[in-house]
Design a protein around this ligand. Structure first.
Ligand SMILES: [Zn+2]
Ligand SMILES: [Zn+2]
Length: 83
């Protein structure tokens, strides 16, 4: 399997679960996928947990959750910018 982006129907055919929130591929465990309402964990967090899910909190600003995805902006980027 070559790493790279599968999109939409191709991903579904390949058996990847699709996130209900952002329609992206969930490349994680199926148990997590079901646990988090068929979403990415991060999508689940932003939908239900981030700033108590009132949708008033900026997604780029970390909430009180220690594992909030907003705490790790460089995680999926190529390189963290050097100030
Ligand atoms: Zn998602
Ligand atoms: Zn958060």
């Amino acid at each position: 399997m070559v790493g790279g982006a599968l999109a939409g129907e191709d991903a579904v055919k390949a058996g990847y679960p699709i996130c209900c929130e952002c329609s992206g591929i969930v490349d994680g465990t199926e148990s997590d996928y079901n646990l988090f309402e068929r979403m990415h964990w991060s999508c689940f967090h932003y939908t239900f947990e981030h700033w108590n899910s009132d949708n008033e909190g900026d997604r780029d600003i970390p909430c009180d959750d220690r594992s909030c995805p907003a705490r790790w902006p460089a995680k999926s980027g190529p390189e963290a910018p050097v100030a």
